[in-house]
Design a protein around this ligand. Structure first.
Ligand code: KIV
Ligand code: ZN
Length: 519
């Protein structure tokens, strides 16, 4: 007899995850991530915070309208306006959910909300009731629950369930809890809240002390039935509980937890790669489950052991998390079908147009490089996913002179619409700094470089360089990504791709202003 409990996986990559600095995604990217989450078989997708901005609203509404196969959730504070907007956004979903939250800890009550305990309970009840008037799947979160007095937490939770909440989520908003405390809080609520059997208890842990996964597992062991998490653990500050880690811990140690999830674990690595490609947030090499080194055995003694009997040093099978068995080599003579097939195995679903463009880049690369590895292909696809639908600016050519004794000189040619524009400058603090100055001249934008990284996509001296860049413009962060066997060209492409994101945002704002004036 199988008496294991089934744990619901609530993914908040598109909401809390998107709150990672520099990780904001456009509509097309959010839809791609949402589709990947459906393929991964998460139970709930928190698609965004609809009141936060028109872009957020539009994304949640589109995901709710188009995606099938998971509950689609929108976040709202406990205010009529927020809740109404959240409902407007999720109402076309197959299974809509509204997630209302209100802070309950003494610190938040006193300094942020300036509300008494009674007022908090009243507001929470009002919020849940309004949400229930729209749909029956309501989740309530007492924000900063992990620092809330136990008696008061019990009162709020009881009132929220009475008002109609079907899921009660316990957030460790600031990542302050430790596993023993998280387990004790869940047990305490299960023991003390009289109507707790009418709701599912959920847990939402932040990673400030590196304990988000451990805290979530402790909560599950104590009786929580839902875990909130993000792909690659992205999110505010140090991030959220990493979906891939919590899911594989539950699966690998089913002997301890006695729980299952509905996740198709073979989609974990592909989904991780997609989210990393889209957000520009690289996964550290030694990251559990999805890091490049997660299954790489370096020590001879380990390699020998694994060859004799895999389980000597491996607790999970790479194929169970979706790591391709071998690093397939493609070359000059590989056709579009082989490329499409490998892209699929690596977890990327490419549209016809995306495939056409990646194939074009692949052919150019095959002229320069004999063997094309998974890393090369992933880099080309990442570049494609980074580029927007409309590339307002294109890099047409460059000349760079630099050396230990001379002053750098950079000449760039960009294409803007039908116009070909060239500018040459001398000086600067090295060629990349100077390239920034030239791009500023050509585009008329002011650009602050906040982060700049170049790394090789695979091994060998002919490997492609991947450049990722974070640029601040008008107080907002924009990411850029470029790939080339020439690292300077990769860097220039990254700058231009960030500029294209700025241009897209400017177009979006202009559209919005136009609609506002017309409406
Ligand atoms: O961390 C937090 O408290 C949240 C809530 C909105 C659930 O993200
Ligand atoms: Zn959070």
């Amino acid at each position: 007899m199988n008496d294991s409990r089934s744990i619901l996986i609530f993914d908040t990559t598109l909401r809390d995850g998107e709150q990672s600095p520099g990780a904001s995604m456009n509509l097309r990217e959010k839809l791609e991530v949402a589709q990947a989450l459906i393929d991964l078989r998460v139970d709930v997708i928190e698609a965004g915070f609809p009141i936060a901005s028109p872009g957020d609203f539009e994304a949640v509404r589109e995901i709710a309208t188009v995606m099938r196969g998971a509950r689609i959730c929108g976040l709202a504070r406990c205010s009529d306006q927020d809740i109404d907007r959240a409902w407007e956004a999720v109402k076309h979903a197959e299974q809509p959910r509204i997630h209302v939250f209100l802070a309950t800890s003494a610190i938040h009550r006193e300094f942020k909300l300036r509300m008494t305990r009674e007022e908090i309970i009243e507001r929470a009840v009002q919020g849940v009731r309004r949400a229930v008037s729209y749909c029956d799947d309501i989740e309530f979160s007492p924000e900063d629950a992990a620092r809330t007095e136990q008696d008061f937490l019990c009162q709020v939770v009881e009132a929220a369930i009475d008002a109609g909440a079907k899921t009660i989520n316990i957030p460790d908003t600031v990542g302050y809890a430790v596993p023993e405390q998280m387990a004790a809080t869940i047990s305490m609520l299960l023991n003390r809240v009289p109507n707790i059997d009418r709701a599912i208890l959920s847990v939402h842990c932040h990673n400030d002390l590196g304990l988000a996964v451990a805290n979530s597992l402790a909560a599950v062991a104590a009786g929580a039935g839902q875990v909130e998490c993000t792909i690659n653990g992205i999110g505010e500050r140090a991030g959220n509980c990493a979906l891939e880690e919590v899911v594989m811990a539950l699966r690998t140690r089913a002997d301890v937890y006695g729980c299952t999830t509905g996740i198709d674990t073979r989609r974990l690595v592909p989904t991780s790669r997609l989210v990393s490609a889209i957000t520009g947030l690289q996964v550290q090499r030694n990251k559990a489950i999805v890091g490049r080194n997660a299954f790489a055995h370096e020590a001879g003694i380990h390699q020998d052991g694994v060859l004799k009997e895999r389980t000597t040093y491996e607790i999970m099978r790479p194929e169970d998390v979706g790591l391709p068995k071998n690093d397939l080599v493609l070359g000059k003579h590989s056709g579009r079908a082989a490329l499409a097939d490998r892209a699929r195995q690596l977890g990327f679903r490419l549209s016809g147009e995306q495939l056409r463009q990646v194939f074009e880049e692949f052919k150019k690369l095959a002229d320069k490089k004999k063997e094309i590895y998974d890393g090369d292909l992933t880099a080309l696809i990442e570049q494609q996913l980074h580029g927007g639908e409309q590339e307002e600016w294109q890099l047409a050519g460059y000349q760079i002179e630099t050396g230990s004794d001379g002053t750098p000189e950079v000449e760039l040619t960009l294409i803007h619409g039908d116009e070909r524009m060239t500018e040459r400058l001398q000086g600067g603090d090295g060629p990349i700094d100077l390239a920034f100055n030239v791009v500023e001249r050509l585009t008329g934008l002011t650009l602050q470089c906040r982060d700049y990284q170049v790394r090789s996509a695979t091994f060998g001296r002919d490997a492609q360089g991947e450049a990722s860049i974070e640029i601040e413009h008008d107080g907002k962060l924009y990411r850029g990504f470029g790939v080339s066997t020439d690292t300077v060209e990769a860097s220039l492409k990254a700058i231009v791709s960030a500029v294209n994101r700025i241009a897209a945002e400017q177009r979006r704002q202009t559209r919005q202003e136009k609609t506002a004036t017309e409406g």
